[in-house]
Design a protein around this ligand. Structure first.
Ligand SMILES: C[S@@+](CC[C@H](N)C(=O)[O-])C[C@H]1O[C@@H](n2cnc3c(N)ncnc32)[C@H](O)[C@@H]1O
Length: 245
């Protein structure tokens, strides 16, 4: 989706973003983020990047792992502003810092982070492959990528009930509370288009990650994807460029 459109959309709904998230998911979004960061516990990451951090809920969830620093980047200033207010209120500004930044052009050196994560942001990237490749670049060898994203339940009749809620009820509630004409129609559209399950694992492999795995949450409403940046490109099955060393 075009970046300007996405930025304008999230700037417009920022004032109601957290409330709508918790309301429309019945509070499950908080549990999903907590559960997602547990996938990084073994790694004990000290430096964590949160791409498309929004109002910093995933960055805050990651604090339970005791990192030295968490940096959140996002293209929507209004989302970052709400996030900074939240951090200030909770006294979390020491460990977490938020700044403007685009997933497709991360302004960090190669190998800067132990973990790079994104929650409910990847499906908004203008260029998904490039965003994931950038996360790969800024990770140290052995570092972990973690993507939490909506997915589509498969089980009858839950799938049918959920899709009715997602496509019919959610846009109505979203529209009336966010006062935004199409933000909550855009949400189901992007989720239904996003490459999920095996398709997303293939994408992680293409970006150079090994051991790509998925953890489907709440009957598949959301999924956590993880992968490891291997110590050498050969270990990832990526062949060196022709003429290279
Ligand atoms: C649905 S919100 C998710 C926010 C947060 N991660 C969470 O868990 O609630 C999606 C966020 O992605 C940001 N975003 C979309 N495309 C982006 C991009 N290309 N680079 C950085 N941020 C982006 C939006 O501005 C928005 O704040």
């Amino acid at each position: 989706m075009e970046k300007q459109y996405v930025r304008a959309l999230f700037n417009a709904i920022a004032f109601r973003y957290d409330l709508l998230n918790h309301l429309l998911s019945g509070g499950a979004d908080l549990y999903w983020r907590r559960r997602a960061v547990e996938h990084m516990r073994k790694l004990q990451p000290r430096r964590i990047l949160d791409v498309a951090t929004g109002t910093a809920d995933l960055a805050i969830a990651a604090l339970r792992l005791g990192p030295l620093e968490v940096i959140g980047v996002d293209i929507a200033e209004e989302m970052l502003k709400r996030g900074r207010e939240k951090l200030e209120k909770r006294g979390l500004g020491g460990t977490i810092s938020l700044r403007h930044g685009e997933a497709e052009h991360l302004e960090f050196a190669e190998g800067r982070f132990d973990a790079a994560m994104v929650a409910f942001g990847a499906r908004n990237f203008e260029n998904l492959d490039l965003g994931i490749s950038e996360m790969h670049r800024v990770l140290r060898p052995g570092g972990m990528v973690l993507v939490l994203e909506f997915s589509r339940p498969r089980l009858f009749p839950f799938k049918q009930i959920y899709l009715f809620y997602f496509k019919r009820i959610l846009p109505l509630v979203g529209r009336s509370l966010s006062r935004h004409g199409h933000a909550y129609t855009y949400l189901p559209e992007t989720v239904l288009r996003f490459p999920e399950g095996a398709d997303f694992l293939t994408l992680l492999g293409r970006a150079g990650f090994t051991g790509a795995a998925e953890d489907r949450l709440t009957l598949g409403i959301a999924t956590v994807y993880t992968g490891i940046k291997p110590a050498s490109p050969a270990a990832a099955g990526v062949s060196p460029s022709p003429g290279g060393p």
